[in-house]
Each structure stands twice: as C-alpha cells, then as structure tokens.
Design a protein around this ligand. Structure first.
Ligand code: CMC
Length: 393
C-alpha cells in the first residue's frame, strides 16, 4: 500500500535482536557479551576480544592457542592478489584499495562455500580476521612505494600488524611495547558497536545471502565516510587546520554556525549523550603512549585538550550533549605511534572486522532473519500520461 512509518536514519527502529554488544547511551556504558570495555582493554588482547565477539565467551587458554594458530595459518593472501593490487593508481587511498581487495577475496572463496554450514562460516571468520591486517598493510605500502611486508607468525596479532606497516627490508624492526598496548586498546574499542552504519550495511547486504567477503567489503565502504569511521582522520585534519590554540574559538564558532555544514570531528554521537566510554578508556592510553614516545609536550595534544575543554564548556555543545567520541582519542594515539593519517580508517576497518563477522554470523543463523527491505513514503508525481519526445517542453 506504500503506507509506512517514516524513520529517517533509522533513529528509532530496531532491526534485529542481538546478544553481542550492549550500549547504554545515557549512562555511557559499552559491553561486549556482558564484559565492560574497560576490563577487556586492560586485560585482553585483540584476539581474545575477537573470539569473545564471535563465540560469546572469553577463550580458554586452549581455545586461544587454537585460535591464534588458525589466524596465523590464514594470514597470507593469495599471491595473485598482488597483481590485483598493482592495478590501482599508485597513490590510491588505502580505503579504496581495501574495499576492492576485500571484495576480491570473494573471487577466491565463493564456489563451494555454504554459508549455512558452521565450519564454513568459521573459516570465513578466520580468513577475514587473519587477512585484513595483511591487506591494509599491503594497501599502505603500495601507496608509499615500499615493498609489501609479509606477515610474521611468531608475533602476536597487533605486533604483526605494526611490523607489516612499519618494517622495511633494509633495517631491523623494533616494537615499542607501550605502542603495542595502546594500539591493542584502539583495536579493542573499535571491534564492535552494535548497529552502526557499517554493521547495519553488513547485515543488510548479508540478508540477501550474498558472499560474506563481499558483505565485509560493503561494510568497509560504509565505514569510510567522514561521519562514521572516517572521523578519526577528520580529527587530525581539524587539529592540523587549527594550527595553534588561539585559533580554537574561531573553529568552535564555525561548528556552531547553522548556515555552515562544518562539524567538529570527534564530537557527538547518535547514541552516546554523555562522554563516550571508548574515548574515556583511550584517554588513559593516550597519556601513557605520549609519555613512552617522549611526546608528552606535543603541541597537537595540548591543542586537542584545549579544544575538548572549550567544547565541553560551550552552551551549544552542552545543550546538544556533544561529547568527545572514540575518534577523538584514537586519532591522537594513532598519530603518536606513527600510523599515517591515510591509514586511520583502514586500521579501523581491520578492528571492526571481528564485529562485522560476529553480526553476519548472528544474522545468518537467526531463524527469524528476513531480507532487509524497508519501505518509503512516496512523495513524487501522481499518475500522468506518457509524453512523446516532440511534445516535451
Ligand atoms: N559539531 C557541531 N555540531 C554538531 C556535531 C559536531 N560534531 N554533532 C552534532 N552536532 C549538532 C547538529 O548540528 C545538530 O544541531 P541542531 O539540533 O541545532 O540541528 C545536533 O548537534 C544533533 O546532531 P545530529 O546530526 O542530528 O545528530 P546525529 O545523531 O544524526 O549525528 C554524528 C551523530 C556522529 C553523525 C554527529 O554528531 C557528527 O557529525 N559528528 C562529527 C563526526 C564524528 O565525529 N563521527 C564519529 C562518530 S563515532 C564513531 C563512528 O560512528 O564511527
């Protein structure tokens, strides 16, 4: 009939039942499978959390060892993917490359894949979690003209990702343990966030029973946008544009101007109407890593803190409950540990992969699942007779 309830941006529509992540936006609570984000960040590594999201419980030591083995087993990509990579412009944005390359995995793993078979789904999960850092690092190395670095299975997941990004064949590679800890924290807080735009995209594409690698590529496309995962890149761009503390009031003024679409990146959230719990935990790691890297007096951090202070005391931000979100502090940590700006969203995609697959699994095994097919309120022209070309004005 075309009659439906209009809910632009799906602000008030639940699209599924889920037991993966709990978010309470008023109180600023985030839990994965019941565990608070703070405890997870301080006591686990990214693979513990990936296992938790996928399986519902923290892994036993035996399960963790097996998972670690399976992930390292799948960490390389088919060498033919290198030819595919070389087809991109040499300065292509790593997110464009990741989108394409992850979609291309479906060309390798399609025939014979039964998405209703639990073992097949398990291999999909292992392959994606294992290959995503490799693909992200390949995209980065390509964009700067350096040789790709193969994964090292003797390293943990986060350290391996860092070595693929930073190692070069001509000198020994060293890891800073504080950097690994902080990067681990960033990856954990980014691992899932219930029905955000990209997770909804993965569920939505998956609801047509599409190839799961293609579903994740769709999630990556959604994450790329500046209002979603692209905001961490935006935070650093904003700080660079501000340049120095005296210019902050002008930027705040601009963000408040109703006639200017400009927004202060790293502030505000659809669900959190208080301090984002992810920003709170990352704030701690941000200080630790700045100290460890000898950058405690970094002018950029001083500017970020002043920006936060001014915004938190400004009526416009107070009335609209606009607090720093996850991207505010993740951006600062990533910059400190040397992750280039162009890789900010790409590393977010690596982290979110575990959440995307957990949701895809939950969706595909839900007996109540239906293809996503929203309605619309049609506001176009009423019926009118066809006009032949010569009579058109
Ligand atoms: N700067 C200035 N004004 C803002 C901002 C901001 N960052 N965020 C929201 N507002 C204003 C907005 O103009 C509106 O004002 P009014 O009621 O007078 O029209 C009001 O606050 C409500 O904003 P909204 O756009 O209706 O809220 P939303 O829930 O649709 O948007 C958001 C949420 C995250 C897209 C938005 O806050 C935003 O654009 N933030 C900046 C981008 C950003 O940091 N994104 C990362 C989000 S967290 C990680 C992730 O999802 O990936």
């Amino acid at each position: 009939t075309g009659v439906c309830t209009l809910d632009i941006g799906l602000m008030n529509t639940g699209i599924c039942k889920s037991s993966i992540t709990y978010v309470n936006g008023d109180e600023g609570i985030l839990r994965y499978r019941g565990y608070s984000i703070d405890e997870l960040v301080d006591n686990s590594d990214y693979l513990d959390v990936a296992w938790l999201l996928l399986n519902g419980d923290l892994p036993t030591p035996g399960q963790k060892a097996e998972f670690q083995h399976n992930i390292t087993y799948h960490s390389m990509v088919n060498e033919q993917m290198v030819f595919f990579l070389r087809g991109f412009r040499r300065d292509a944005h790593p997110m464009a490359v990741m989108c394409g390359m992850t979609g291309a995995l479906s060309a390798f793993y399609h025939d014979g894949l039964d998405i209703f078979n639990a073992d097949d789904r398990k291999i999909v999960a292992h392959r994606l979690i294992a290959k995503m850092p490799t693909i992200a690092a390949m995209a980065y190395k390509y964009s700067i003209g350096q040789p790709m670095v193969y994964p090292r299975n003797d390293l943990d997941y986060v350290s391996n990702f860092m070595q693929m990004l930073f190692a070069v064949p001509c000198e020994p590679f060293k890891l800073n343990p504080a950097g690994v800890r902080a990067f681990n924290a960033v990856l954990i807080v980014q691992a899932d966030h219930e029905q955000n735009a990209s997770t909804f995209t993965v569920r939505s594409v998956g609801s047509s029973r599409a190839n799961p690698y293609a579903c994740i590529a769709a999630g990556i496309a959604s994450l790329w946008g500046p209002l979603h995962g692209g905001a961490n890149e935006g935070v650093l761009q904003t700080l660079n544009e501000i340049g120095s503390i005296e210019n902050i009031p002008a930027v705040i003024k601009r963000a408040k101007d109703k006639n200017d679409p400009y927004r202060l990146m790293g502030f505000g959230h659809r669900v959190y109407k208080t301090y984002d719990p992810r920003a709170k935990v990352l704030r701690r790691y941000c200080y630790e890593v700045l100290e460890a890297y000898g950058k405690k007096d970094d002018p950029l951090l001083k500017m970020a803190l002043e920006l936060e202070r001014i915004a938190l005391n400004d009526d416009f931000f107070i009335e609209r409950k606009l607090y720093p979100n996850v991207d505010f502090y993740s951006g600062l940590i990533l910059k400190t540990i040397g992750i280039p700006l162009s890789m900010f969203t790409a590393q977010f995609a690596v982290a979110r992969t575990a959440g995307w697959i957990a949701h895809w699994n939950e969706m595909i095994t839900d007996p109540a699942v239906k293809i996503v097919r929203p309605r619309q309120l049609y506001v176009g022209s009423d019926f009118r007779p066809f006009v032949p070309p010569a009579e058109r004005t």
